[in-house]
Design a protein around this ligand. Structure first.
Ligand code: PEP
Ligand code: MG
Length: 757
């Protein structure tokens, strides 16, 4: 390895020179030319070149000292092509004694670079992604010194800021703009339906580091130490709190933060960057960017997670150093689409308002709490969108398509136009549904169907009014527990139930007792890892083992419904014995209330969900044991078809509109009629017009669905002659499988009778 040469001025001096260049009033090209010339002379390199990544994913030579000047804006490379393309593709530095010996070497004749042997290239990083490449070359064969690599990487930061600030726009040969203006389509998984068009709001906005160059190294190190000290104290404080919410996973995260905040390697790298001439905040940003680049290359999920922790910590550190006057304090734009790696449910509520149009998460799953809240807010959500946070810039135009599970960052005008048309069409349809709001839900042949909605949070309540739903057919009480950081207190539960009953007025509400476990996890409820959580310790099973939990919930429900009617429903019942046990608990609570002269409900209706196939073979007993039943078609189908409802791979493999499943649904209706026990259905099946049509044909006269489906399902109902459909459908499902599927039959029926679906 060659030692530093005499004329190598060191990074501090170089940064000082660059600061002067940045302060001058110069054209963009001139500024860039001066920068490469300073870097070359400071590093005693014969060549210094800058390549910028264009929006068409091609690297273009933007400036050079040493190579043929005629090659500027002419020499181009694809990402992955040659040494420069390799650096851009991997976001990794290349330090080569002789460039020609590298397998990726590709010779670009117009540059005249053949005479240079040694090569040092570093990525110009923005949030861990390469948006350009900075190269120095020398004629002699030599490996560049660690100090030189550090200097070049630090200098690359200055160029990253130039590019990010849009100062090089308009210089590229094709005039198509640089990478940061590129239109990007990303696929993810759709977690909530709908389409949103708006502007990016980064949940963790990049802290804008405007002050790159330091005046006083000692002072900057002191600032860094102070900020680190404050962060360590705040983490210790959080860990010190005697709070159940800090147990389990939360605690692990904080412990990891504490470990990283004390990580010597991390702190040393930031201090090195200060020694090289950066301010404390620029040093944090530089190390964070390197770290992100590593994170993106990392496939081991554990390591990725740890690097994410570092990222979060660096973000806190930046906030500490720059203060709160970054872009995060700006008012969110009129149509805001929040982009985050992940976030808590309560944090989303902070954005809630008429301007919130969508949510994009790099993580997120259908049952995560923030997604549940987003659905209640009626905004589209896409999850599992890898790199969304680093590709999107605050203020960018963005489209969230919850129907297809894709997002468009900086969409082209064509894409935007076609989406605007799509949204206009959806809005027109909504207007039609809004007009149906006060129409009675009666079929063409005069049969009334009760159209109920599903809910779980107070914010769902206004939807009764908006949609004209007949009531709430399923109130998922677990949601209150899922969005909280500890068990909601009995008083809090009672208040919610009372508010729900008040909000529903004289319309009926069916409360379901806690359905936790399975995919509905409470972070504060310690439970063992289960091999098959969907088949595990969940819902009524958990309630009966922890009677304290259900007793306090039942008490809250009884108190809230004092002098009113109360409808209660038990989830995941497998045997009628479980219903009797719950009834015993309810009776005990009623006795207690009476004893203390509390008002009790005027009427109490107790029902169960039919979700476990075992119940299908004890329907006689079941119908006698309860006041009503509600088919949970999501779970019933998952267990009937033995296919995990949350597994995207098999989610569409089997159709619930199959003969076997519809025969089961019909069997339940027949049993209900025989015992005069009301039957309803509250799974997703009721939310799609075509499957709702099947339910009408099977004899269902009460269905409960997501509130957004009330309008479309009512539109279908109004045009359906149920008695005609019923005869045909029952004949169809009695046939052996083969030939036309039931779905095809239903679509044909709807088309032939001009039924919208
Ligand atoms: C169901 O299983 O169909 C149901 C309505 O309950 P959940 O979706 O809450 O499991
Ligand atoms: Mg269920």
């Amino acid at each position: 390895m060659t030692e530093k040469t005499e004329s190598n001025l060191g990074p501090r001096v170089l940064l000082k020179l660059l600061r002067e260049v940045m302060a001058k009033t110069l054209g963009a090209q001139e500024r860039l030319d001066e920068i490469v010339s300073h870097i070359a002379s400071s590093m005693t390199a014969e060549v210094c070149s800058v390549y910028a990544l264009r929006s068409d994913n091609v690297l273009e030579l933007f400036a050079t000292e040493g190579l043929n000047s005629s090659a500027v804006h002419e020499a181009i490379l694809n990402v992955g092509q040659g040494l420069v393309g390799t650096i851009a593709a991997t976001a990794k530095t290349l330090n080569l004694e002789n460039a020609k010996n590298h397998p990726a070497f590709a010779f670009i004749p117009e540059t005249g670079e053949e005479k240079y042997k040694s090569f040092l290239g570093v990525p110009i990083l923005r949030s861990g992604r390469a948006i350009g490449v900075l190269v120095v070359q020398n004629m002699v064969e030599r490996l560049y010194h660690e100090v030189e690599i550090e200097a070049l990487e630090t200098t690359a930061m200055v160029l990253a800021e130039l590019i990010a600030a849009g100062q090089l726009e308009g210089l590229d040969k094709k005039g198509t703009g640089l990478d940061l203006t590129r239109a990007i389509k990303l696929s993810g998984s759709s977690l909530a339906d709908g389409i949103g068009i708006g502007q990016v709001v980064l949940h963790q906005p990049r802290v804008v580091v405007t002050n790159l160059f330091n005046e006083d190294e000692v002072y900057e190190k002191q600032r860094l130490d102070e900020a680190l000290g404050n962060i360590r104290i705040s983490i210790d404080d959080m860990l010190g709190h005697d709070n159940v919410a800090r147990e389990g996973e939360h605690r692990d995260v904080l412990e990891a933060y504490r470990m990283f905040a004390n990580d010597r390697g991390w702190v040393r790298r930031m201090k090195d960057a200060i020694v090289n001439g950066l301010t404390a905040e620029a040093a944090v940003e530089k190390v964070q960017s390197d770290n992100r680049a590593r994170m993106m290359r990392q496939s081991d999920p554990y390591m990725r997670e740890r690097l994410h922790d570092f990222d979060d910590l660096a973000y806190r550190l930046l906030r500490e150093l720059v203060g709160k006057d970054g872009e995060s304090d700006k008012e969110p734009p009129a149509n805001c689409i929040v982009v985050a790696r992940n976030m808590g449910a309560a944090e989303l509520l902070d954005y809630n308002g008429p301007s919130l149009r969508g949510l994009i998460l790099e993580e997120g799953s259908p049952s995560s709490h923030v997604v549940i809240v987003a659905r209640a807010l009626g905004i589209p959500v896409i999850g599992q969108t890898v790199e969304a946070v680093s590709l999107a810039e605050s203020g960018n135009r963005i489209i969230v398509d919850g129907q297809e599970g894709v997002i468009y960052i900086r969409p082209t005008d064509d894409t935007l136009t076609s989406y605007r048309e799509k949204v206009a069409l959806l809005e027109k349809r909504q207007e039609v549904y809004a007009k149906l709001r006060d129409e009675p839900a009666v079929s063409k042949d005069g049969q009334t169907v009760e159209l109920l909605m599903n809910a779980g949070l107070l914010m769902d309540l206004p939807n009764i009014e908006i949609t004209g739903a007949d009531g709430i057919g399923l109130f998922r009480t677990e949601l209150q527990f899922m969005v909280a950081s500890r068990f909601p207190r009995p008083g809090e539960q009672e208040t919610l139930y009372r508010d729900v009953l008040d909000g529903a007025g004289d319309k009926p509400v069916t409360f379901r007792t806690l359905d936790i476990g399975g995919d509905k996890v409470l972070p504060y409820l310690r439970s063992e890892q289960e091999e098959n959580p969907a088949l595990g310790w969940r819902a009524v099973r958990l309630s009966l083992d922890r009677p304290g939990l259900i007793k306090s919930q039942v008490r809250a429900l009884l108190r809230a419904a004092g002098n009113r009617d109360l409808r209660l429903m038990i989830p995941m019942v497998t045997e009628t014995r479980e219903i009797y046990k719950v009834r015993e608990i309810i009776d005990g609570e009623i006795e207690l209330l009476k004893k203390f002269d509390h008002a009790i409900p005027n009427t109490l209706n107790l029902g169960t969900m039919i979700e476990v196939p075992a119940l299908l073979f004890q329907l006689d007993e079941l119908m006698e044991a309860v006041d009503f039943v509600s088919v949970g078609s999501n779970d019933l189908f998952q267990f009937m078809a033995a296919s995990d409802r949350g597994n995207a791979r098999i989610a569409r493999r089997f159709d619930p509109l199959s003969r076997s499943f519809l025969r089961v649904l019909h069997k339940i209706i027949v049993a209900g009629k025989e015992y005069n026990t009301p039957v309803t259905l509250c799974g997703e099946l009721a939310s799609r017009p075509i499957s709702a049509l099947a339910l009408f044909g099977l004899g269902y006269r009460s269905v409960s669905m997501t509130s957004a489906a009330i309008g479309p399902v009512k539109a279908t109902l109004l045009e359906t002659n149920i008695s005609v459909l019923e005869k045909k459908l029952l004949a169809e499902i009695a046939k052996p499988a083969g030939g036309q599927t039931i779905r095809e039959f239903l679509i044909d029926f709807a088309d032939a009778n001009a039924i919208p679906y």
